[in-house]
Design a protein. Structure first.
Length: 244
């Protein structure tokens, strides 16, 4: 591989339709990217084990392990951004994908130029955003009855010692709250701080992510006391944060 090609962003396309894989691979190759492809989760894992990728284009509907399951798994393992391809009209898939860590989505059928624009936008956001845990990177902090370990991406209950893994989406959202205790953060602010994108009309991504996070840290998620809802404002971490 030449030095010039080595510096090009490397994209992995995961789709069970060979025509789509081949067409997208060729198109990206003509537009300044290196591109590889995989037909399913097994082949994707082989490619990920053998090399580094800057972004994954991931189809939702595939035989074997589907795209949502793959996205959930990858979001706990690393920071490779994911652009999900969803069936036209499958809003649930798009919402769930964003909740569990996807960076963006594109409905099928899609215009290759729009796919290219989305990929470039995700990579630009990744270049200008600070580390996922921000100022908490490399630290442990205590909040309520939990200890947040930024490096291990887990929370540990201070009394029982129970550990809970955090998905990438949970991790980003909790880190944002822990950096700003007692601050009221709007849904738009939370979406911008966690994923660098603007909310769309009727976008419920943040509300769904907060609900998921509450189920992990609240004694009674139906009556939350750690992450509270501020009417007309958004959400706030209603507890002290102590560095360990």
């Amino acid at each position: 591989m030449t030095e010039k090609n080595k510096n090009k962003p490397h994209i992995l396309i995961v789709d069970d339709h060979r025509e789509i894989r081949d067409a997208v691979t060729r198109y990206l190759g003509k537009n300044g990217f290196r591109a590889s492809s995989a037909r399913d989760a097994v082949e994707m894992d082989q490619k990920l084990a053998a090399g580094r990728f800057d972004l994954i284009v991931l189809d939702v509907m595939m035989p074997g392990e589907d795209g949502l399951s793959i996205c959930r798994r990858l979001s706990t393992q690393g920071e490779t951004p994911i652009l999900m391809l969803t069936a036209l009209g499958e809003e649930t898939d798009r919402i769930v994908g964003l909740e569990i860590g996807a960076d963006d989505y594109l409905p099928k059928p899609f215009n290759p130029r729009e796919l290219l624009a989305r990929i470039k936008a995700i990579l630009r956001r990744r270049e200008r955003t600070e580390p996922v845990a921000g100022t908490l990177s490399g630290q442990k902090v205590r909040f309520a009855e939990w200890i947040f370990d930024a490096d291990r991406r887990i929370i540990t209950h201070t009394e029982t010692g129970q550990e809970r893994n955090l998905t990438t989406a949970d991790y980003k959202l909790l880190a944002v709250f822990l950096e700003r205790p007692r601050f009221v953060l709007s849904r738009d602010q939370l979406l911008d701080l966690t994923s660098g994108r603007e909310a769309q009309v009727f976008d419920r991504t943040i509300d769904n992510q907060v609900s998921r996070l509450r189920r992990k840290i609240e004694t009674d998620p139906g009556s939350p006391r750690i992450i509270t809802t501020v009417r007309g404002g958004g959400y706030s971490l209603n507890t002290k944060v102590e560095q360990l």
